[in-house]
Design a protein around this ligand. Structure first.
Ligand SMILES: [Zn+2]
Length: 482
């Protein structure tokens, strides 16, 4: 990617970082000078006269803001669930469809490469500049990440057990402890390859897949490896009542306390999703101390409200986590990979759960989607517009009908326009989205491949499903076809 402007001129509105108070503030009518991949200065417009050879982006009529950070996503599988997952759940599993889907549906590598093209495009279109991709490794993964122009945290999954079901009311764990150890060794190779990728925009993450599918020994070993080698550590935890009950059955404590007892909770750890803590109405454990443990630990939470809200569950409540000082960023655990929609839903679900409009607001979710995500990743050079920070910058069109009247541009963006207003995205100073189109990706070209791969996934479901059902039986159409 060679299109690297040197200055953004005449930004009508800008969301810039005020280091003295540690928060974003609005500024009007500014220029942003860039030097290589970083921001050199933010100054009143016209301060620096146009220089010969200057490559300028005209931001008049635009909101300029920091790129969004997505700290949890599965872009290489979730797009294949479009039309499949939205209304799916298993009532016997407190409504989540997680266990049934993961047993029955498997997307092949062709489908995953196509899914990545679509999902990475969705991310760029809503203004995402940094994301964490959690998946099993496959051929073509790094190339697609690099082609997007985005900054990536690369999290290859490993586990000692695989979920299964033998009946609607059961979840089973099939253990392969040696396989888990081999998976961890293989993940270390992927992490090293990410760290040394020539793009310089990939960084490995240690990712034991779920708190309930990895042995305590391997969880501890993986966390030590992450700490010793300076890598982030992430896992799924407190994401299903079934999981929390199983950990209580095995170890006598909730998932969160179990992770704490193992020494997994510290700065540098990102926990997805931490919804079902001990005082959540669906868990109602007697301890009522999980949030205290979490808040004291420095571990961050990747908040992905959408998949939970779809089956009727919400964090209890997001404003409380923020008020307790839990570092919180956003992720997209399902398609669409639109962090702005997650921000909006977090506000709405947070207010429903708290019955308090002031518990969470636009400023709080924008902070989480930018500086909060950066903090979770252990960085202060992204998620903000400030001299010295990376030039990861988003331009949104204030004249888009869904933005107008843009009295308060962030409210227009979060509650109304979202990705529709995003026109230009810079990552590391280079243009990754131009006129609303990803520069290095081909989502249109990937559509046909993903359509076919989804059909194969649905057709193959009887091989893996406990009742040998076709995909159309597990997840029927929303309307009958007559
Ligand atoms: Zn996830």
């Amino acid at each position: 990617m060679t299109d690297r402007p040197t200055i953004i001129r005449n930004a009508s509105w800008a969301v810039v970082w005020d280091a003295s108070v540690g928060r974003h503030v609005y500024r009007r009518d500014v220029d942003i000078r860039m030097n290589g991949g970083s921001i050199a200065a933010i100054e009143p417009k016209g301060t620096t006269p146009a220089a010969p050879g200057e490559r300028a982006i005209d931001a008049s009529g635009h909101l300029v803001m920091p790129g969004l950070i997505n700290i949890h996503s599965h872009p290489t599988t979730e797009p294949a669930y479009r039309g499949v997952r939205e209304d799916h759940g298993v009532p016997e599993h407190q409504m989540t469809g997680l266990f049934e889907r993961l047993q029955a549906y498997r997307l092949d590598d062709t489908g995953r490469r196509a899914a990545a093209q679509l999902a990475y495009s969705e991310m760029l279109r809503c203004g995402t500049t940094t994301a964490m991709d959690l998946t099993g490794n496959f051929e073509g993964w790094f190339e697609t990440m690099a082609a997007s122009g985005m900054r990536w945290y690369v999290a290859p999954a490993f586990a000692s057990a695989r979920w299964g079901m033998s009946a609607p009311q059961t979840v089973t764990w099939t253990w392969d402890v040696a396989g888990g150890t081999r998976g961890f060794q293989s993940a270390q190779g992927v992490i090293a390859a990410a760290d040394s990728h020539p793009s310089g925009r990939l960084r490995g993450v240690v990712f034991p897949a779920q708190i309930d599918t990895v042995t305590p020994e391997l969880l501890r070993e993986a966390a030590s490896y992450a700490a010793e080698t300076g890598h982030l550590f992430t896992t799924h935890i407190s994401q299903a009542v079934v999981e929390v009950r199983e950990i209580i059955r095995r170890h006598g404590v909730t998932s969160l306390r179990f992770a704490s007892d193992l020494g997994l909770l510290r700065p540098g750890t990102i926990l997805a999703h931490c919804i079902l803590l001990d005082d959540h109405p669906q868990v109602r454990a007697h301890t009522r101390s999980d949030l205290d443990i979490l808040a004291a630990s420095g571990a961050a939470v990747a908040h992905c409200p959408q998949p939970f809200a779809r089956y009727g569950v919400a964090m209890n409540h997001v404003g409380r986590y923020i008020a307790r000082g839990v570092p919180l960023g956003f992720g997209t655990d399902c398609a669409p990979h639109n962090v702005v929609e997650e921000m909006r839903l977090a506000i709405i679900a947070g207010r429903i759960m708290s019955e308090d409009i002031h518990s969470v607001d636009t400023a709080a979710v924008f902070h989480a989607a930018t500086a909060g995500g950066a903090k979770a990743l252990g960085r202060d050079d992204i998620g903000r517009l400030a001299a010295g920070a990376k030039a990861d910058i988003v331009l949104a069109d204030l004249s888009h009908p869904a933005m107008a009247p843009a009295r308060d541009p962030l409210r227009s963006f979060v509650f109304h326009a979202a990705d529709r207003a995003v026109r230009t995205v810079l990552v590391d100073g280079s243009v990754a989205l131009k006129d609303g189109k990803p520069v290095g990706l081909d989502p249109e070209g990937a559509v046909a491949e993903l359509v076919e791969a989804q059909q194969r996934m649905l057709l193959d479901a009887p091989k893996y499903d406990y009742a040998k059902r076709h995909g159309d039986t597990i997840t029927p159409m929303s309307l009958p076809i007559v």
